[in-house]
Design a protein around this ligand. Structure first.
Ligand code: PRP
Ligand code: URA
Length: 226
C-alpha cells in the first residue's frame, strides 16, 4: 500500500519517483476541484466544472508544444505571429472522458478526436475495450488521452498501448484526479508518457475507487449514479 499523500496547495511530487507527472497548483483549479468532489454537486454543474477544469489542464498540457511563424496583418501593420506547429489528436476514453472534449477543442480547434471505449470490469478492475474509432494509421504529432480518473491505471495503460501499437509519436495523459497507484502503474509501463493532473489523492479503496476522489466520474456526469 503506498504512503498516504497529502493533496493541497503546497505539495510537490517527487521528480525521481514520477519524472513526468505534473500537477496543477493553480488556485482556480483547486477551487473548482472542491465543487467537483462535493457529493451535493448535481450532474449539470458537475459537467460544467469538468469542462472548466479540462480547459485549465489542457492549457498547461500544451505549454511545451512548438509553434511556427505565420504572417498576418493587424489593422495597424503586417506582423509575424505564431501558430501551433503540431497536429494534435484528442482521445477521450468513453464514457467519462467525453466531458473533457469540448473544452479541449476550444483550446485546439483543429485537433482531431478519436473515441476509445474502455470500461473497468467491476470484479477484476481490468479494462475491457468495447469501441475503437482510431483511423488506420497515426496522423498526428501529439495525442492527448482524456479521462477524468486515473485509479489503478489499467485503463490508461491499455489506452496508451493501443495508441503506441497504432504508431502515436508523442502521448500525454490528462486526468482530473489521480491515485498514486495509477501514477506508479503508468510511470512503470510507459515512462515516456507525460501526465497532467489537477489532483493527486491518497489511495484506492478495496473496490478500486479513489479516496477521497469524487465517486464514479461517468455516473456523476451522466446522472446514472443510483
Ligand atoms: C472510469 C474512469 C477511467 C477508469 C479509471 O471509467 O473514467 O476510465 O474508470 O480506472 P482505472 O485507472 O482503475 O482503470 P469506468 O470504467 O467507470 O467507465 P465509464 O467512464 O463508462 O463510467
Ligand atoms: N473510476 C471512477 O470514475 N472513479 C474512481 O474513483 C475510480 C475509477
Amino acid at each position: 500500500m503506498p504512503e498516504p499523500i497529502e493533496s493541497g496547495a503546497t505539495w510537490r511530487p517527487d521528480p525521481e519517483r514520477w519524472p513526468r507527472f505534473h500537477i496543477s497548483r493553480h488556485p482556480a483549479v483547486l477551487h473548482k476541484l472542491a465543487i467537483l468532489r462535493d457529493e451535493d454537486t448535481e450532474p449539470k454543474k458537475f459537467r460544467e466544472v469538468v469542462r472548466e477544469l479540462s480547459w485549465l489542464l489542457g492549457y498547461e498540457a500544451l505549454a511545451d508544444v512548438s509553434t511556427k511563424p505565420i504572417a498576418i496583418r493587424t489593422p495597424i501593420e503586417p506582423m509575424e505571429a505564431d501558430e501551433l506547429a503540431v497536429r494534435i489528436g484528442l482521445v477521450p476514453i468513453l464514457r467519462a472522458g467525453l466531458g473533457m472534449v469540448d473544452a479541449m477543442l476550444e483550446l485546439m480547434p483543429t485537433a482531431e478526436v478519436w473515441h476509445l471505449g474502455l470500461f473497468r470490469d467491476e470484479r477484476t478492475l481490468r479494462p475491457v475495450e468495447y469501441y475503437n474509432k482510431l483511423p488506420d494509421s497515426a496522423t498526428v504529432d501529439l495525442s492527448l488521452i482524456l479521462d477524468p480518473m486515473l485509479a489503478t491505471g489499467g485503463s490508461a495503460t491499455a489506452a496508451i498501448e493501443v495508441l503506441k501499437r497504432w504508431g502515436a509519436a508523442r502521448i500525454k495523459l490528462v486526468n482530473l484526479i489521480a491515485a498514486p497507484e495509477g501514477v506508479d502503474a503508468v510511470t512503470k509501463a510507459h515512462p515516456d508518457v507525460e501526465m497532467h493532473c489537477a489532483a493527486l489523492d491518497r489511495q484506492l479503496n478495496e473496490r478500486g475507487y479513489i479516496m477521497p476522489g469524487l465517486g464514479d466520474a461517468g455516473d456523476r456526469q451522466f446522472g446514472t449514479a443510483h
